[in-house]
Design a protein around this ligand. Structure first.
Ligand SMILES: Nc1ncnc2c1ncn2[C@@H]1O[C@H](COP(=O)(O)OP(=O)(O)O)[C@@H](O)[C@H]1O
Ligand SMILES: [Mg+2]
Length: 303
């Protein structure tokens, strides 16, 4: 089902619900303040990654390019949160800002309440390009290297953890191979293993399968969802593909064209790879397609 119920909507619904009074007649004395009839509602869980009013710009000698405009997003622990939007709407820029590579000109990004000011091992990005791996290191060395560099583990642990995640992505027979001996899909698996081995608080992926052939892409999506099922990490995933957004995500934020604004948010947890082709899936694709390509409403354009 596609619906845009937010936590605040649920909160309002909760408050609007009639509550039983337990049959006790309360005669409040006029002089005293009204007694508390209800315990306060439970606070909404605080998001792991919070993006508030975030505007991002590039300054070139000639001009300023505004990539995103006042983005608000809440990503909760365990979410598979997708940023969906047309090319050039600022998805990669927003991801880089969440990773700490770019500082907002307006607004703030926090991770577990702490401001994001620089890149850190708690936020690892997997990019689309196949050349993310130093070619002079084997698969095992590539995965273990950032673990060693972080210096948080003992002498043997990086290697053991690397082997574990290499196994998770099915590359054990290739642990001693070099990147040039691997296919594009295999290189992306190494990049994913390397990222997961760091056990980041948020795993970020920027169109990670876009350069792969259709069959490999589908298999990689399946594998990613299986890995998520096992480890329940928090995923922030960028794509311009509606189908991919619905399959990979449980929440989808739809961004408007350049500069990116949040146009809508949808739940998409009902869909997975088996839903493709179903009537409900096609209907959802159609609705997202319409929202993606409709013109900004004037009120939205002024936000
Ligand atoms: N390094 C850069 N310098 C100047 N402008 C840039 C730079 N990188 C991206 N942009 C511009 O910022 C906007 C958003 O880019 P990007 O975040 O890459 O979009 P997306 O990932 O959604 O395709 C685009 O208009 C793009 O041309
Ligand atoms: Mg991009």
């Amino acid at each position: 089902m596609i619906c845009a119920a937010t936590l605040s909507d649920l909160y309002v619904l909760e408050l609007a619900e009639p509550r039983p009074h337990g049959g006790v007649r309360r005669e409040a004395a006029p002089a005293r303040p009204a007694p508390e009839l209800e315990p306060p509602p439970a606070p909404a869980p605080s998001p792991l990654l919070q993006i508030r009013g975030v505007t991002l710009e590039y300054r070139t000698p000639q001009r300023v390019v505004r990539a995103t405009h006042r983005i608000d997003l809440d990503i909760h622990a365990g979410d598979r949160f997708v940023l969906l939007g047309p090319s050039g709407c600022g998805k990669s820029t927003l991801l880089k800002a969440a990773a700490g590579f770019i500082t907002p000109v307006e607004g703030a990004i926090t991770l577990a309440g702490a401001p994001v000011r620089a890149p850190g091992p708690d936020r690892i990005v997997v990019f689309q390009e196949f050349d993310q791996l130093p070619p002079w290191k084997t698969v095992a060395q590539n995965v273990a290297f950032p673990l060693r560099a972080a210096k948080a583990l003992g002498r043997r642990e990086p290697q053991e953890r690397a082997r574990h995640y290499i196994d998770k992505v099915g590359l054990t027979p290739f642990a001693d191979s070099y990147p040039h001996q691997l296919s594009g899909g295999m290189k992306q698996r190494v990049a994913i293993a390397r990222a997961l081995a760091m056990q980041p608080r948020v795993l970020m992926m920027d169109e990670p399968f876009a350069a792969l052939d259709a069959l490999t892409r589908r298999r990689m999506q399946e594998e990613l969802l299986a890995l998520w099922d096992e480890a329940r990490f928090t995923l922030l995933f960028v794509t311009h593909s509606i189908e991919k957004a619905l399959v990979v995500g449980n929440r989808v934020a739809l961004l408007s064209p350049h500069p990116g604004r949040v146009r809508a948010e949808f739940n998409s947890h009902a869909f997975d790879l088996t839903s493709i082709g179903s009537e409900a899936f096609q209907g959802a694709v159609q609705r997202l397609h319409t929202r993606l390509f409709e013109a900004d409403a004037p009120a939205e354009a002024n936000r």
